[in-house]
Design a protein around this ligand. Sequence first.
Ligand code: ADP
Ligand code: ARG
Length: 357
Amino acid sequence: MADVVKKMEEAPGILGKDDKSHSLLKKYLTPDVVNKLKNTKTKMGASLWDCIQSGVINTDSGVGIYAPDAESYTTFSEIFYPIINDYHIGFDIKGGAKHPPMDLGLDKINFPNPDPEGKYIISTRVRCGRSLQGYPFNPLLTEQQYKDMEGKVKDALNGLPGELAGTYYPLTGMSKDTQKQLIDDHFLFKEGDRFLEAANANRFWPTGRGIYHNKDKTFLVWVNEEDHLRIISMQKGGDLMAVYKRLIQGVNEIEKKLPFSRDERLGYLTFCPTNLGTTIRASVHIKLPKISKNLDEFHKIAAKYNLQVRGTSGEHSESIGGVYDVSNKRRMGLTEFDAVKEMYEGIVELIKLEEKS
Ligand code: ADP
Ligand code: ARG
């Protein structure tokens, strides 16, 4: 225990002296916050160190913190709340704000293809995360719990109707070639993510992990990677309306069968504070050669529309052949529908800018 307290006490100094570190953890983890929280634990036994270790080990993190269980968000609110406020622009959890109720907005959807000629958008994807009621997040799960959860999710997915019908493929026993192909084609999560690793989130890998997908790989569910479930709809081109409607259908069907954890103030619960609330990340793979020529500028332009730019293989990756992943950044303080709309409207503007440049 003394060792762990020492690590927490040293953390602000380690982050502070690393000029290359720009994480939200570095910004908000003051010695004062550490002193307040260093002797506290959640009922399930999570400490401040369990939350921050990934960001202290990986000083190049963008955020740097995860919640081992739901209670961590409130027990360690002195560090989580300022980070949530900063990331989810405009949402003031510190000031008492509540995430709004779910509104997928099926009746309001009107997102005509922003690129009908297919000049810019390569593919469109919308995902959301869900946690199963009664289970903590990765670092506190036992091997048996991983197996039980996988079984429950697999059973629920097995009965999905129509276009959503597919097969569950466990990672255990999957050939390395198949796994690599699925990752290269942007369908499957990568393996050995160092940020998750340092958060103790890859324990018992590959037990309990897997992917479900329909025949066309337009509807997919990741099981027990970063979150218990990641529900994904994706397809080539820019037809966001079709992609989002399929996601809604999938979420509604799965919610009939599995109970998910939701908090009155935080919305749907996830392992990382960046994913709380709606948990929605709507993205396009897009080529905008003119406005992305200067990458710093591109990030700034995107930020004006509350958009985040990632590389071709997702987070912490580089662009390949000028393809970027552009998505809504904030997921809390707005509805599901508005999160998707934020991405849509931003992309429409970015395409206009590209055409004018
Ligand atoms: P997440 O979506 O879970 O936040 P990542 O950023 O790691 O995580 O992305 C996961 C995978 O989804 C990566 O392979 C990434 O390239 C792929 N991806 C994201 N957006 C799109 C898109 N619009 N079209 C195709 N693949 C995408
Ligand atoms: N912990 C990583 C970082 O700070 C990832 C943060 C957000 N992404 C995520 N997949 N949760 O850079």
